[in-house]
Ligand binder design. Structure first.
Ligand SMILES: *[C@@H]1O[C@H](CO)[C@@H](O)[C@H](O)[C@H]1NC(C)=O
Ligand SMILES: *[C@@H]1O[C@H](CO)[C@@H](O)[C@H](O)[C@H]1NC(C)=O
Ligand SMILES: [Cu+2]
Length: 323
């Protein structure tokens, strides 16, 4: 009788688990995509850039801008805090969902395996002018001069400003060395969320942002460069790799302060006209908890941190292909 009950319970458990995430979406490394897959992603991003804004967010003219808004409005409450990785995870998912639902994209969000290009971003194949994001900015104007995004007018940024400008870059190969495997290995070796998160937000996060520079190097307006999504998806994979090393113990772990700094290097100061986000929404105190609310400003439903920690759970359902 006991064995029968046991098998019955196991069956129920298997059903419950499989009902949640049976066929996870495949997020692949950019360099592993076929040229057709690369073009499909780029064309979907171009489509978001042509689709008028619908949410009434400050200064945003297109759907692409509205994702940049989420980041601009909350820069000081989503960096240097425990929600840094969960917040960017949900933002990536919201962007991926918009590409699929609003722009007919049938793939998933790819990531940039930056280790392969660490120390030599200027030669990275992801900057290809045809099957990539175009190259460095001009030394005179700063604007990218080739590639599919060369003529896009950013309406938001730099920083909190609302100005029309080109997508600009200023590649720094020396700083791009922060994306090296050795730094990733150091983060994967951390034992707690409270040490792994700042490690990932440290060198690897800086490598991709400051290595590309200009708009990407701006802590507030960086999603104005479409490379932002490929960079942060890579960091999301690093976070997941860390979680999956001991999934049972780590998948529901979060912590650290929820109070961002008043000022940080690389982050232009917030003007008084933009209200300071509390950063503690849903938390009972000054520590980031599972009930912390991630605000997507209408680009997707808000979610709590507990809902996005498992990428194969009830809300998110994806996995990372190896590079
Ligand atoms: C950008 O504009 C220039 C000048 O009008 C044009 O030659 C080029 O093809 C455009 N590039 C794209 C990707 O639309
Ligand atoms: C999302 O969260 C913010 C902050 O708590 C809240 O002001 C907003 O109303 C929420 N939006 C939705 C659609 O629930
Ligand atoms: Cu960010």
């Amino acid at each position: 009788m006991a064995w029968f009950l046991e098998i019955f319970c196991l069956l129920l458990l298997a059903l419950a688990v499989s009902a949640e995430c049976t066929s996870p979406a495949q997020r692949k490394a950019w360099h592993k995509l076929t040229n057709a897959e690369k073009s499909a992603y780029i064309n979907a991003e171009l489509c978001l850039m042509k689709t008028p804004a619908t949410l009434g967010l400050r200064g945003a003219k297109t759907r692409f801008d509205e994702f940049q808004s989420i980041h601009q409005l909350q820069a000081y409450s989503t960096h240097f805090v425990g929600s840094f990785l969960p917040f960017h995870r949900l933002m990536l998912h919201a962007h991926e969902t918009a590409l699929r639902n609003e722009c007919g994209y049938i793939g998933y969000q790819p990531y940039w395996q930056e280790q392969l290009d660490a120390g030599k971003f200027s030669r990275a194949s992801i900057l290809d002018p045809v099957y990539g994001f175009g190259g460095d900015g001009s030394r005179t104007t700063g604007c990218i001069t080739n590639g599919p995004f060369a003529n896009y007018t950013n309406s938001l940024g730099p920083g909190y400003e609302i100005t029309n400008h080109c997508i600009d870059r200023r590649i720094n190969d020396a700083i791009s060395a922060f994306s090296a495997q050795s730094y990733i290995d150091a983060c994967l070796a951390m034992r707690d969320f409270e040490t792994a998160w700042p490690c990932i937000e440290g060198q690897p996060h800086t490598g991709g942002h400051a290595g590309i520079g200009a708009q990407m190097g701006n802590g507030v307006s960086s999603p104005g460069d479409p490379l932002f999504y490929l960079h942060h998806t890579w960091l999301d994979k690093v976070f997941w790799d860390w979680q999956a090393k001991d999934k049972a113990a780590r998948v529901m772990k979060v912590g650290g302060t929820n109070i961002g700094p008043d000022f940080a290097p690389g982050f232009p100061p917030r003007p008084a006209s933009i209200p300071k986000p509390t950063g503690a929404d849903g938390d009972p105190g000054k520590v980031t908890t599972l009930t912390h609310v991630l605000n997507m400003y209408g680009n997707s439903p808000n979610k709590t941190i507990s809902e996005v920690l498992d990428i194969q759970g009830a809300y998110l359902c994806y996995e990372y292909g190896e590079p």
